[in-house]
Design a protein around this ligand. Sequence first.
Ligand SMILES: Nc1nc2c(ncn2[C@@H]2O[C@H](COP(=O)(O)OP(=O)(O)OP(=O)(O)O)[C@@H](O)[C@H]2O)c(=O)[nH]1
Ligand SMILES: [Mg+2]
Length: 383
Amino acid sequence: MSDLYDPNKKESDGPAPDPTSVSSAGGLPPGAPPPTPPANGAGGAPEPGLVADVVPNEEAERIPSPGQVNGTAEDRIRIGLWGAPRSGKTTYLTALPIAAMQYQRHNEGGWNISGMTHEANAFLAQGVELLTRQRAFPPASMGVQGMAWSVEGPEERDGLFRTRRPSFVLEIQDAAGEVFRHDHPQQPQLVGHLARSHGLIYLFDPVGDAQESTESLAYLDATLRQLIAQVRDRGELVNGRLPHHVSVCIAKFDHPDVFRPAVEAGWVVQDTVGSQLPRVPEDQSEKYFRWMCEEFRGSNARLVRDALYAAFDPRRISYYAASAVGFRLNPQHVFDYRDYVQPVAVDGTLRIRTSPVPINVMEPLIDLESRIHRDRRRGRKRR
Ligand SMILES: Nc1nc2c(ncn2[C@@H]2O[C@H](COP(=O)(O)OP(=O)(O)OP(=O)(O)O)[C@@H](O)[C@H]2O)c(=O)[nH]1
Ligand SMILES: [Mg+2]
């Protein structure tokens, strides 16, 4: 199995190109200039003078192997990002570097995310600019965009006596939600990527689920079936289930149509220090998801829950009440239940009112990596 996989490339197109490059600058957040060549001129045609200027007997240098560029296979983690159209996948990715920067506010040590390529770095930088300065959301995605980021974390305990510093290359793909539909031409490629992934981040959007065109089940069921078939054919099902670790994010926690009912149903507690942010306690988040599917949404959302439980080992699924943009905070940076709605329409465009404080955006990723790392250390079959 090749680790080099580009979700944009047809399987029959010959060798896959470097997965660390994004498919096109068109997938970058709005306002993004097209990628410029590196300052040293790499990538452009060599200057004629340089070509002739060859030193005799000098040892020729070969192109770097993927291992040199991207770290070893063991350092690399492929994550599939899954969710219906408009469920918030691209906004989640755009908020990740902000969440990484803010992580040390509430935890020991910080995280750093940087791109493995010029384009991947541009995506990160322009995403931060978009959310924090332009205070706008990214545009709807087109097709499938793959990218690779280097992720470095703080030292943490690793077993009883050991410590480790998480450091890995995250390969992630951002697909337009439509691609998860059974009749989309790019769906088979996407399923291939999901099958090769070590972990999945699944965004369940309670707001979009209420609308027929973006109902979650239609974008989960068919892709899940094909994923199971593909993994089964590779002989990699574990006790009849998919072997992936999954982080289920119940998205748009800040949205009043989600937040208010959650508060009224008693799922939410509020911090007493700092920005006094509301949250669903970690040990309640699975029950919150069940409530969201069973009581808040309805019969098709209940099938989403059933499908996830049947396809994956429930011990490998964790749940997060998440928001990419967080709540609007008052001038003292404190949450105010009278006025917490973050996106507002300005001239027909949604704008974010205060600089985002993402909620449960880093956590699903960090937890996935630590579960995958634990499996690898225990010597389970490498996926
Ligand atoms: N309130 C709130 N709205 C959000 C959040 N994240 C995304 N949205 C809204 O959801 C819309 C869609 O977000 P995207 O990130 O583009 O969703 P997507 O899943 O990438 O959509 P496609 O690429 O079209 O499949 C945004 O334009 C916002 O209106 C969030 O954290 N809170
Ligand atoms: Mg998108």
